[in-house]
Ligand binder design. Structure first.
Ligand code: ADP
Length: 779
């Protein structure tokens, strides 16, 4: 259908260029007019039936558009109202009337005047327009639903329009379209064409809206999901924080990794540490296992795995250090030096383990310390006394609650080196019971064939103990399990003589204690005489432990006097010794004041060195009972029986009534009852005391004796001669009866002591009694 154009209807109208908007016929709307040209156009319109042409300028930014920049199709309109606004612009109400084409610009100068040709469209409805209208309405409804911009009243208003052309215009006016699209609709004079354009635009628009909606939904979903995840994650963090892990554990794991990277570890250990840390990372935060793994990893990292020490041995330096730290002990030091020399030669420390055997306080520990100092190695000490459980040495498996490595590994941790001097104290005091045999574990520690891969139950990976220098100590060899004994080289230290003790006290203990108490040489002086008295009357021991304690007491007292300002310096003399240490504890000199009947002085070997042992026998009227008291061991009881039998067999020679066993009860007692005593070496002493009691002949108080007795009165050799003689000397005894076969042993006794003593070697009991018993004194 063609638009009707009639040239006759051409007319000249003022033109009002519109910016960014467009007016369709039948539309009423307000316009604010401010541009001069436009105002003039309006003024002119007022004079000419209020008619004006509204055409849109192509570029809405242009203030003074040229004629060519204005679309040629516009809308003829009527100015219905005009109102001057306070800011100088004019507000007009216009009503669109009809489309019109600009044919010619009549005036472009002070205002636009154009010749226009009105364009009329055919508003006839045809089936085609009906169909189009329906389609357009449908699309429009959808559009409204999707866009949600306009309310239902817009739909209602548009539904009321009957003319299809106007309908298209109304819809176009209500769409948010780009200017060219709007203009296209305006220029479509033909109704069908106009409807088609609108339909096209609507369906495009609807598609875009639908797409937009979909995108929106998707975006919202996406947003919701990420938001939800974020929220959940935050919540999880909060929960974990509340429970106190994961976050902390993450930090913990990183911290451990960093520590591990700085640690010197063996390959096996590093592999294990890495594995365990990985495992720790996966362990649920609240599980107790985390702590177990962590402790384990920390143990692995705390141990020395690689060797950094210089293991060279300087024999001369070692000798100097040993001499510096210890008085005497020449033989012992020599043995130690020999041992070190061998170690140096063989390079690989495969030799036997040193075992220092001797009573307490003779310097076993301090010798081991000196060895460490001499070799420039770390020193660690582990006491085996009372260790009865294998796990104490080798650790508990990690599955146990509170499991720990054994003491050997603990010692290595303290040492912080693979090659310390490791002192195993009191190896003879290890117990052995149902909890497992610690000795066999110890064997693995000490055996050079096995200890390069020592396995601790807790640590699990093999640990190298082969560079460790083990030194053990024992009070006696009896308690050392045989397999261990076989692997050790025994060095016996038997106790000090009085002279040695004096020298140790003066030259070593006093300076050491003075230093420990912060005293100078001038501030505390102890005369040699005083020290001798101290040794004799305040201590009675094989070692020097008590002696050191007494010296420490002197230092303490002196320190107090000096600090209190009572004295400037303290000098200890035999006279004032008592005022510092209290009255003396031991009587120096003979144990017994006078010769007594039924009391004989024996000599015993104890773990604390030797000791004197008085044996008492009483014979009272009775029925021949034999009573033994004083905590005697089985062997000692048996030797008492043997002694008794011997005396019975010799009753005639000794002038004892033969029936004494029927008419008398005999009581043998060994005082200092709390200490268990055992061994056969008291045999001749018991026999002497018995003979004395039964014959009434007193025993010479200056004599002590030791020896095993046979039923026939033979005297058999015994052990511990050196210790026994030293103790006899300490007790002030000067004559000692010894089995003949022990004659060779007196060489071991230090000369100073030996010279003081008189030895009588005996082969049988008759000789003993001859020497020990005084002749019967008949009143
Ligand atoms: P043990 O281990 O044999 O029981 P310690 O090594 O504990 O004995 O010695 C006790 C104290 O006596 C230590 O202070 C030690 O230095 C000192 N001591 C022992 N023997 C000597 C000695 N020959 N010379 C110097 N000091 C000694």
């Amino acid at each position: 259908m063609l638009a009707k154009e009639s040239h006759s209807a051409e007319r000249v109208l003022p033109l009002l260029p519109l910016r960014g908007l467009l007016v369709y016929p039948a539309m009423v709307l307000h316009l604010d007019v401010g541009r001069e040209k436009s105002v003039r156009a309006l003024e002119m319109a007022m004079g000419d039936e209020h008619r004006i042409l509204l055409a849109t300028q192509m570029d809405s930014q242009e203030d003074d558009p040229a004629a060519s920049e204005i679309f040629t199709v516009g809308t003829m309109a009527r100015v219905k109202q005009m109102m001057k606004l306070p800011n100088g612009t004019i507000r007009v109400l216009v009503e669109g009337l009809q489309r019109a084409r600009i044919v010619q610009y009549v005036n472009e100068k002070d205002l636009f005047e154009v010749r226009v040709l009105p364009l009329a469209s055919d508003e006839q409805t045809t089936p085609e327009t009906d169909a189009l209208v329906r389609a357009v309405m449908q699309q429009f409804e959808q559009y409204l639903k999707l866009s949600k911009k306009q309310g239902p009243e817009v739909h209602a208003a548009i539904e009321d329009i009957d003319e299809p052309g106007r309908l298209a215009d109304a819809i176009a006016a209500n769409l948010t379209l780009k200017l060219p699209d709007k203009q296209r609709i305006l220029e479509a004079v033909d109704v069908v064409e106009r409807l088609e354009i609108v339909l096209q635009i609507l369906s495009d628009e609807r598609e875009v809206l639908e797409l937009e909606k979909k995108i929106n939904q998707r975006v919202r979903k996406q947003m919701e999901r990420t938001q939800k995840e974020y929220y959940l994650r935050e919540q999880m963090k909060a929960i974990q924080k509340e429970l106190g892990d994961k976050e902390g554990r993450q930090g913990e794991v990183e911290e451990l990794r960093e520590q591990a990277s700085e640690c010197e570890l063996s390959d096996a250990a590093r592999e294990r540490v890495t594995k365990e840390i990985d495992r720790l990372e996966k362990v649920p935060p609240s599980s107790a296992e985390g702590g177990v793994i962590r402790t384990y990893v920390e143990w692995l990292m705390a141990l020395p795995w690689t060797l950094a020490d210089d293991l060279s041995i300087d024999i001369h330096a070692a000798q100097v250090v040993l001499d510096e730290d210890h008085y005497g002990l020449d033989k012992v030091k020599e043995r130690i030096i020999e041992y070190l020399a061998v170690q140096k030669l063989v390079q690989e420390p495969r030799g036997p383990i040193l075992c220092l055997v001797g009573p307490p306080g003779v310097g076993k520990t301090s010798l081991a310390k000196s060895v460490a100092r001499a070799l420039g190695r770390k020193f660690v000490r582990m006491s085996l006394g009372g260790v009865r459980d294998e796990a104490e040495i080798r650790g508990h498996r990690r599955t146990y609650v509170g499991a720990m490595p054994g003491r050997v590994i603990q010692g290595m941790k303290t040492a912080q080196t693979l090659a310390p001097v490791f002192l195993l104290d009191e190896i003879d005091k290890m117990a052995n019971d149902f909890r497992g045999d610690p000795a066999s574990a110890m064997l693995e520690v000490l055996d050079p064939e096995q200890n390069a891969t020592f396995s601790d139950h807790y640590i699990e990976i093999p640990f190298d103990l082969s560079k460790v220098m083990f030194i053990t100590t024992a009070n006696s060899v009896h308690g050392i399990p045989q397999p261990l004994f076989d692997r050790m080289e025994m060095i016996y230290i038997s106790g000090y003589t009085e002279v040695e003790k004096l020298r140790i006290a003066v030259d070593y203990l006093l300076p050491k204690q003075r230093k420990a108490h912060g005293l100078t040489r001038d501030q505390l002086k102890v005369s040699e005489e005083a020290m001798t008295r101290l040794v004799r009357e305040y201590t009675r021991e094989a070692g020097v432990r008590n002696l050191e304690r007494q010296v420490a007491t002197l230092c303490r007292k002196a320190a107090r006097l000096i600090v209190a300002g009572e004295r400037k310096r303290v000098t200890v003399t035999p006279k004032n010794l008592q005022s510092y240490l209290g009255s003396s504890r031991y009587r120096y000199g003979t144990a017994e004041v006078e010769d007594q009947v039924g009391v004989a002085m024996g000599l015993a070997w104890t773990e604390a060195g030797g000791d004197t042992l008085a044996i008492e026998v009483a014979s009272v009227d009775g029925t021949g009972k034999l009573t033994l008291t004083g905590q005697l061991g089985d062997i000692m009881k048996e030797s008492a029986q043997a002694a008794l039998s011997y005396v019975r067999s010799r009753a005639d020679n000794l002038c004892i009534a033969g029936d004494f066993t029927e008419k008398h009860d005999i009581h043998i007692h060994v005082p200092e009852g709390a200490i268990p005593k055992d061994g056969p070496s008291a045999g001749i002493t018991i026999a002497t005391a018995l003979a004395s009691a039964l014959t009434g002949r007193a025993v010479n108080k200056t004599i002590a004796m030791t020896g095993e007795i046979t039923l026939r009165g033979r005297v058999l050799p015994i052990g511990g001669v050196k210790e026994k003689c030293l103790s006899a000397h300490r007790a002030g005894i000067r004559k000692i009866l010894l089995p003949r076969e022990n004659a060779k042993d007196i060489e071991d006794i230090p000369e100073s002591v030996r010279d003081d003593l008189q030895f009588v070697f005996v082969e049988n009991m008759d000789q003993v009694l001859d020497n020990a018993l005084n002749p019967l004194v008949t009143p």
